[in-house]
Design a binder for this molecule. Structure first.
Ligand code: ATP
Length: 397
C-alpha cells in the first residue's frame, strides 16, 4: 500500500497508487460514497490511462462502526487517517450518549484540521435565489479548532455557572451580567497562533490559484479582542510574510464586518473571492453561500492541516435519514469534495474531467430530484442513473 507523505518543504508527495481511507457514512452515505468512487475511478482512469490509480481502503465510523465494533470512532480509523494523510468521508450520525459530541468534530480535533475549506461556485442550469449567480465564486477558509466551538460552556443554574460568575465578578470586576442567577456562560478562545495559521493558508491558496482578493471577515467592532484580534493578527502576518506579494499587487487583502459581509454577498458577490474567518462566522457564511448556488446537496468541503498535510474531505450535508435507501439523494456534495481532494493531491486533470461532466449535465437539466425540480428544463434522475450518466460521459471524453 502506497502512502501519501509530506516533505520537509511542506509539499505533498503523492505516489501513483495512493491508498485513500474512506468512511462510507450513515444514512445516505451508502448511496453517495460508492457513487463518488465510481466517478473518481472513471476520471482517474481517463486522465492517466492506468498510470495512476486510487486504492480505496474502507475504515469504520458512525453506526456501521458501532454495530461491528461497539465503538463509534475506532482507534484504527483515526490511525488510518493519521498514516495515510488524505481521506474522505460520508455523513455521520451524532452518537446518542457516550461522551462524543460529534464524530466530525472529534476527527477534526484529533487530526488538528484547522482549515475548513468550502469553495462555492454556481453551475449553469442550477436554480438560484439570486439574480446573477454566475457572479458567485468564493472560497471560504473557516477556522476549525477554536472560537465558541471549543465547547467551553456551563448550563444556567449549575454549580459551575455560579462558580464562573463569582470568579468574573470578584476577581475580574465584571458587573455587566444582566441576570447572573439565570445566565449560562460560554468561553470564546481565539489565539494569535490559530488565527495566523488560518489566514496564512488562505493567502497561500489565493496566490496559488491566482485569486484576486482575501477578505478577513470578523465582528471586531463588538468582540474587540477575539474577533478584533483575528483581524489585527491577520494584517500583521500579511505585512510580515507577504510583503513582496502585497507590493507587487499579487495579493490584495481587505476586511469586512460579518453582518455587512452577509448582506454584501447577496448584493455584490463579485467583490469577494477568498474569505478567511472564525469558526462560528464561517458556519453561517458557508450555509448562506451554499444556498445561493443550489443548497447543501452540492456544497463540497475539506478539512485540512497544511502543515502536516492531513486532510479529510467530506459531504457537507447530514445523513438525510428521510430519503436514505430511496436512490434519490444528490451525490454531488461528496463528488465535488472528491474533486477538491484530487486538486489537493495535484491530480487536477482528473478533477477537471469531473467538473466538466457535472457542468455539462446541469446545463442540460440532468440532475437528481432536489435540483431538477427547480430547473426550467429539469429532468429528475435517480442517484444511480445520474452517477451512470456522469461515468459514461467521462469515459467518452
Ligand atoms: P443529520 O441529523 O445527519 O444532520 P438531517 O436530515 O437532519 O440529518 P440533513 O441531512 O442536512 O440533515 O438534511 C436536511 C434536509 O435536506 C433533509 O430533508 C434531507 O433529505 C435533505 N438533504 C440533505 N442532503 C441531501 C442530498 N445530498 N440530496 C438531497 N437532499 C438532501
Amino acid at each position: 500500500m502506497s502512502k501519501i507523505t509530506i516533505n520537509e518543504l511542506g509539499k505533498l508527495q503523492v505516489p501513483s497508487n495512493p491508498t485513500i481511507p474512506f468512511i462510507e457514512g450513515d444514512g445516505v452515505g451508502g448511496e453517495i460514497t460508492p457513487a463518488m468512487q465510481q466517478i473518481v475511478n472513471a476520471a482517474v482512469q481517463k486522465a492517466y490511462h492506468g498510470e495512476k490509480v486510487i486504492q480505496w481502503k474502507e475504515v469504520l465510523a458512525g453506526e456501521k462502526a458501532y454495530k461491528t465494533t461497539d465503538n463509534w470512532l475506532p482507534n484504527e480509523t483515526i490511525s488510518a487517517f493519521e498514516d495515510y494523510l488524505v481521506g474522505i468521508k460520508g455523513p455521520l450520525t451524532t452518537p446518542i450518549g457516550g461522551g462524543i459530541r460529534s464524530l466530525n468534530v472529534a476527527l477534526r480535533q484529533t487530526l488538528d484540521l484547522y482549515v475548513c475549506l468550502r469553495p462555492v461556485r454556481w453551475f449553469q442550469g442550477v436554480s438560484s435565489p439570486i439574480k446573477e449567480p454566475q457572479k458567485v465564486d468564493m472560497h471560504i477558509f473557516r477556522e476549525n479548532t477554536e472560537d465558541i466551538y471549543a465547547g467551553i460552556e456551563w448550563e444556567a443554574g449549575t454549580k459551575e455557572a455560579n462558580k464562573f460568575y463569582s470568579f468574573i465578578k470578584e476577581e475580574m470586576n465584571v458587573d455587566s451580567v444582566r441576570f447572573p442567577e439565570s445566565s449560562a456562560f460560554g468561553v470564546k478562545p481565539v489565539s494569535k497562533e490559530g488565527s495566523k495559521r488560518l489566514i496564512r493558508a488562505a493567502c497561500k491558496y489565493a496566490l496559488e490559484h491566482n485569486l484576486p482578493t482575501v477578505t478577513l471577515v470578523h465582528k471586531g467592532n463588538i468582540m474587540k479582542f477575539t474577533e478584533g484580534g483575528f483581524k489585527k493578527w491577520g494584517y500583521e502576518l500579511i505585512e510580515k510574510e507577504f510583503a513582496q506579494e502585497l507590493k507587487d499587487g499579487k495579493l490584495v487583502v481587505n476586511d469586512c464586518i460579518a453582518d455587512a459581509f452577509l448582506q454584501n454577498t447577496l448584493l455584490k458577490p463579485q467583490d469577494y473571492s477568498v474569505i478567511a474567518t472564525l469558526n462560528l462566522n464561517g458556519d453561517y457564511i458557508s450555509d448562506q453561500l451554499a444556498a445561493m448556488v443550489g443548497g447543501i446537496g452540492i456544497a463540497p468541503g475539506g478539512n485540512i492541516n497544511y502543515n502536516t498535510g492531513h486532510a479529510l474531505f467530506e459531504a457537507t450535508h447530514g445523513t438525510a435519514p428521510d430519503i436514505a435507501g430511496e436512490n434519490t439523494v444528490n451525490p454531488c456534495s461528496i463528488i465535488l469534495s472528491a474533486n477538491l481532494m484530487l486538486d489537493y493531491m495535484g491530480w487536477s486533470k482528473a478533477a477537471k474531467l469531473i467538473v466538466d461532466a457535472l457542468e455539462y449535465h446541469f446545463k442540460k437539466g440532468y440532475a437528481t430530484h432536489d435540483l431538477a425540480r427547480f430547473m426550467p428544463n429539469g429532468k429528475s434522475l435517480s442517484t444511480s442513473d445520474f452517477t451512470e450518466k456522469i461515468v459514461q460521459y467521462i469515459k467518452t471524453r
